[in-house]
Each structure stands twice: as structure tokens, then as C-alpha cells.
Design a protein around this ligand. Structure first.
Ligand SMILES: *Cc1c(COP(=O)(O)O)cnc(C)c1O
Length: 443
């Protein structure tokens, strides 16, 4: 099979083969499961997706920040192949294997802080986040969990409770887990002008102290840059202030780095940017080049406070997924993908800012590294414009560029390119986006 190296449209998007699959799907796949762009993928390479009609699209979504190393990387694929032919499963809780330990060793080295760490492996981000709460409760003997406006932490019952947005994540799915409390975070574009990170944190802390009392709080769970909620980076000082308060009050500071982790934001982890050292870190998505793997990593005394046998799961730390993770991590190290992410940000942010100034339909441009976003608003206001966002995204899709949306108000176009995306493809993808935004502004 020869690898395709550029965008190529042979049919309209989605083409007839994809449309036929979409029809077949309706009779077999649950309606509750949706797809942003129903082109049915048959192969992927680097930063390109090829579909059932032979169209090749530029991938600026990485399957939601998963294929950070790109598609089809030999270091990942070869290790998967090798491990799959050796054995695919034993269950680490039944008869263990070395790959699990190697991944935990790598996590201890790479996550923020030089303290003694332990890890437990799982399969999904929600499972990892849920386990941070189990661990924090077991270690502290407290019950309350504090989360933030615009938070997204998953779709299990406990993580739905932690998640802010009702439609589509929670609507009709209650009752939700108790002892979860939501406070204001930091959203510089929508907060009072000039509000500092320290002030926003002080307000959140005041809410916690007045409404819960610090000594009832087991954990504060936070995304260092909020993902599904709109790629919201808190004002500088917010995370360090919150983290210091947690330490002073015996509260476990949990960083949900499921989307931000593994070089995505230009550091190994988003917390590194301000030198914040979380007590527990939840990781998943980018960890294993597309294989389902997740982890909780953190202070040895917290993880080891849980009774023997209290953590686990049949598939947690699956050997093939661990092999993939080791290949992905090796790729991030040898190709310095944190630097690659910063370079993507440096190339993209000025263009998005110029586009915002030129067209007037983008209210805010933000992001760090290769986690980038444009928030669409009615011109001259901060009023969210979800309809404009939909049209821009549809125009990109029609031109063979996969972009995703996010945001509490559904008005954010987010860019999550593979960190290995060649410059020409990034350039081409951005040109398509720019054209789509100009057409939106000219409507
Ligand atoms: C995606 C995501 C999750 C949930 O991960 P799943 O693997 O989908 O369960 C949790 N937290 C954040 C920040 C995420 O982006």
C-alpha cells in the first residue's frame, strides 16, 4: 500500500460509499452515538485520513487529542504487532507482565514533580478520573469533590456528575453521584476584565470554604486547560494559587490531564507550564498512540493508602496498549514533540489572531502548543455564535479538513493536529479554515 502524502478529494464529502455506510449504520448503531464528520475511514497515515471513497483528508483533530504522535508511527505499530503476537491479554490482576511496570516507570519520570510516585493503569479517561476520586477519598477519609464550571471529566455516572454541561453529556441520565460541588473557575475571555488568576482562585476558594468547609473536601479535580468546555486556559496564577490552598488544607489536588497531556500543550503536561505539581494526575488519550490506555499517577502515600485489591479492572493496562504507550512515549522523546507542539502554536496563533481582526466573527483566539481554539461570537460582542461555528466547520469538512468543535456554548473551533503534522499540511489546513471564516464573515 502506498502512503498518500496530501489532501485529495475524489468525491463530495461525505462521498457515496460513506453515505451508504451511514445508512447501514442507522439500522445497527445506537442513535445516541454520534459522529462529527461521517466519512468512514479505511486508513490513516501521519496526519492524513483516507475514507471509503478514496478521499484523503487533513486531520486537525487527532481523534480528539489521541494520535499526538500521528497515525501509523512505526515505533507504535511495530510494538503493537510484536506484543499482539506474543500475547494480547492475561489480566494484570491475574498474571502480570513487564510492560505495565515499564509504563508506570515512565509515568513516574514524566509527570510533574520529583517526589516518589505510584501509578495504576486503566482503559479510559473517565475510568482514570473516577479512580482519582476513589484514591483521594480513601487516602483522606473525606467525601466532597470540588469541580469547576465548564469542566468535562467523562461519561460514567461519577464523571457525569463532575462534568458541567448537561446537553448532551448528562441530559436524562441522572440521578448523579452525590458529594460533587461546582465552583467558578477562570475564563479570561468571559470573566470581569482585569480579573487575575489569583483573584479568580481566591473567589473559588471562598466558595469552597464557605459552602463546604475545607476539612470536608477530599479532592479538587481540574483540567489545567479545559477541553470540551472550550479550550479555556485559566489566567496565570489560578492553578498555583489553588494548588497551594489544597496543600495547606490537606485536599488532594487532581489534574485531569487526559486531553492536555503528552506534549499536546508544548510541555509533557499542561501543569508544567506554571510549575504546578499535582498530587494525582489522570492521563489517557495521547498516552498510547490510539490504543485504549489510561493512568492515575501520583504521590506514593496517596496511591498506597488504598487497600490491596481496591484498584484495577479486567483490561486496565492491557499489554498491547502498554506496548503502544512505550512506543508513543519513545516517539515523543526522540522527536521532541513538546517542541513540535510549541512550533505548531507559534505558526498558528498569529494567523488566527490576524483572521479574528480581519473578519470580526471570532471573539477570542487562545490555546497553548497544539491545543488551539477560536471562539466565535456575534461581531463586536461576546455573544456566542454556535450557528456561525457550525457553518465554518462544515465548510472545512467539505474541503477535506477535519476540525472539531467544543465549548459550553458550542461556539469554539478547536485544533488538535498530530504533533508530527508536516508544516505544509498544517499550512494547507489553516488556509482552508481561513477561507471558511472569510466566507462566514461575508455572509
Ligand atoms: C476525554 C476526556 C475525558 C474522558 O476520557 P474517555 O477516555 O473518553 O473516558 C476525561 N477528561 C478530559 C479532560 C477529557 O478530555
Amino acid at each position: 500500500m502506498t502512503a498518500t502524502t496530501h489532501r485529495r478529494l475524489r468525491t463530495e464529502i461525505p462521498g457515496p460509499a460513506s453515505r451508504a455506510l451511514q445508512e447501514r449504520r442507522a439500522a445497527a448503531v445506537a442513535n445516541g452515538v454520534s459522529s462529527v464528520l461521517p466519512v468512514y475511514v479505511t486508513s490513516a497515515d501521519g496526519g492524513l485520513l483516507t475514507d471509503a471513497d478514496g478521499n484523503t483528508l487533513i486531520d486537525l483533530g487527532s481523534g480528539i487529542a489521541v494520535t499526538n504522535v500521528g497515525h501509523g508511527v512505526p515505533a507504535v505499530v511495530d510494538r503493537i504487532r510484536e506484543q499482539a503476537s506474543a500475547f494480547t491479554h492475561t489480566c494484570f490482576m491475574a498474571t502480570p507482565y513487564e510492560g505495565y511496570i515499564e509504563v508506570c516507570e515512565a509515568l513516574a519520570e514524566l509527570t510533574p514533580g520529583t517526589h516518589e510516585k505510584r501509578s495504576a493503569l486503566f482503559s479510559t479517561g473517565a475510568e482514570a478520573v473516577e479512580n482519582t476520586v476513589k484514591i483521594a477519598r480513601a487516602a483522606t477519609g473525606r467525601q466532597s469533590v470540588v469541580v469547576f464550571d465548564h469542566a468535562y471529566h467523562g461519561r460514567t455516572n461519577l464523571t457525569m456528575a463532575l462534568t458541567a454541561k448537561s446537553m448532551p453529556y448528562k441530559h436524562g441520565f441522572g440521578p448523579f453521584a452525590p458529594e460533587v460541588y461546582r465552583v467558578h473557575g477562570s475564563y479570561p475571555f468571559r470573566d470581569a476584565p482585569g480579573l487575575t488568576g489569583e483573584q479568580a482562585a481566591a473567589a473559588a476558594i471562598d466558595q469552597i470554604e464557605k459552602q463546604l468547609g475545607a476539612d470536608s473536601v477530599a479532592a479538587v479535580v481540574i483540567e489545567p486547560i479545559q477541553g470540551e468546555g472550550g479550550f479555556i486556559a485559566p489566567a496565570p496564577g489560578f492553578l498555583p494559587t489553588l494548588s497551594r490552598w489544597c496543600t495547606a488544607n490537606g485536599v488532594v489536588f487532581v489534574a485531569d490531564e487526559v486531553q492536555t497531556g503528552f506534549c499536546r500543550t508544548g510541555d509533557w503536561f499542561a501543569c508544567d507550564n506554571e510549575g504546578v505539581v499535582p498530587d494525582l494526575v489522570a492521563t489517557a488519550k495521547g498516552i498510547a498512540g490510539g490504543m485504549p490506555l489510561a493512568a492515575v499517577t501520583g504521590r506514593a502515600e496517596l496511591l498506597d493508602a488504598v487497600h490491596h485489591g481496591g484498584l484495577g479492572g479486567t483490561y486496565g493496562g492491557n499489554p498491547v496498549a502498554c506496548a503502544a504507550a512505550l512506543g508513543a512515549i519513545e516517539t515523543m522523546r526522540t522527536r521532541d514533540l513538546a517542541a513540535a507542539a510549541r512550533k505548531i502554536g507559534e505558526a498558528t496563533l498569529p494567523r488566527l489572531r490576524a483572521l479574528a481582526a480581519e473578519t470580526g466573527v471570532i471573539g477570542d483566539v487562545r490555546g497553548r502548543g497544539a491545543m488551539l481554539a477560536a471562539e466565535f461570537c456575534k461581531p463586536g460582542t461576546t455573544e456566542p455564535d454556535a450557528e456561525a461555528t457550525k457553518r465554518v466547520v462544515a465548510a472545512c469538512h467539505a474541503e477535506g479538513v477535519v476540525v472539531l468543535t467544543c465549548g459550553t456554548y458550542g461556539n469554539v473551533v478547536r485544533l488538535l493536529p498530530p504533533l508530527t503534522l508536516p508544516e505544509e499540511l498544517l499550512e494547507e489546513g489553516l488556509a482552508v479554515l481561513e477561507q471558511a471564516v472569510r466566507e462566514e464573515a461575508a455572509r
